[in-house]
Design a protein around this ligand. Sequence first.
Ligand code: ASP
Length: 351
Amino acid sequence: MAKFLYFFSFLMIFFGCKNETISSSKESISNVKQNEFAIIIHGGAGTILKENMSDEKEAAYKATLAEAIKVGHTILKYGGTSKEAVLKTIQVMEESPLFKAGKGAVFTHEETNELDASFMDGATLNAGAVAGVTNVKSPIELAIKIMTDSDHVMLSGKGASVFAKEKGLEIVDPSYFYTENRFKSLQRIKEREKTALDHDDKKAVFYDVDIKNSKFGTVGCVALDKQGNIAAGTSTGGMTNKRWGRIGDAPIIGSGTYANNKTCGVSSTGWGEYFIRSQVAYDISAQMEYQQKTLKEATTDVIQNKLTKLGGTGGVVALDKNGNMSFEFNTAGMYRAFMNDKGKLTVKIYK
Ligand code: ASP
């Protein structure tokens, strides 16, 4: 009998330890540093199909994504901050007419360009955002300035421009943002809008999206630096044919951008109204914090399950405190690139 009790106690201890080992090993897997530093970017999601893309255009997108991410990666490699990396990387994409942020921004119904951007610092949970500026060359720089040099998180319109000027940021003539391509897109959408209204179709979508033909061109970046700090930023012209001062998710902390050193950083692109309603970026962080999900599990649930069920389209790039990187989208493609601490670069467009 004594022998049996000893054996029984041994089994209890053995299985008890094993359970402990399983849970602690799960914990340690999620705590293994995958990269000392890392960076991930997007240049918008949507109905991006190989058959609609010329070789030259594809090469141009890939080259600009690679150029942008290498700028940030170099900053991180030499010990620079994730804030600096996000700023400089996004600025390359803002200056490229290929993306709908900065130069090449989409047009509003009134044929103007109104730019939005946001930034968040995962170390302090401080953030800055700007909506509807028309003459600030780098909206991401302005978002960061609002965070560092004002008591506010979000400024908009004319007031934001005054602030930018006072802080010495580069002011440009609004025509700087003009590109023929984007102007033509607006005219095409207005044509569709007119036809729909002539047919009394009040349900028609007058943005540059519908479920089958979405084209988002926001740019975003998330970086982890050697000090363990995560930063995320997003910059956009919004959606073609927007009006009434419409503001999307890109400048909304928690929707378009979120960063928290405890969990992850996220930048979104997609149909902003749905991203605001779903609090996409914060939800990913919250699932990691409160449900102990991995980055991959959280991004998959938020994009493929929750956002999709609501009818939203788009995607995110994200990176966690251990340098794991993840992208997730429910559209045909998403311009994206990521680089690890070994300098391995991946650039992708399609599924
Ligand atoms: N999310 C942006 C907006 O709704 C659009 C985009 O991602 O291109 O304004």
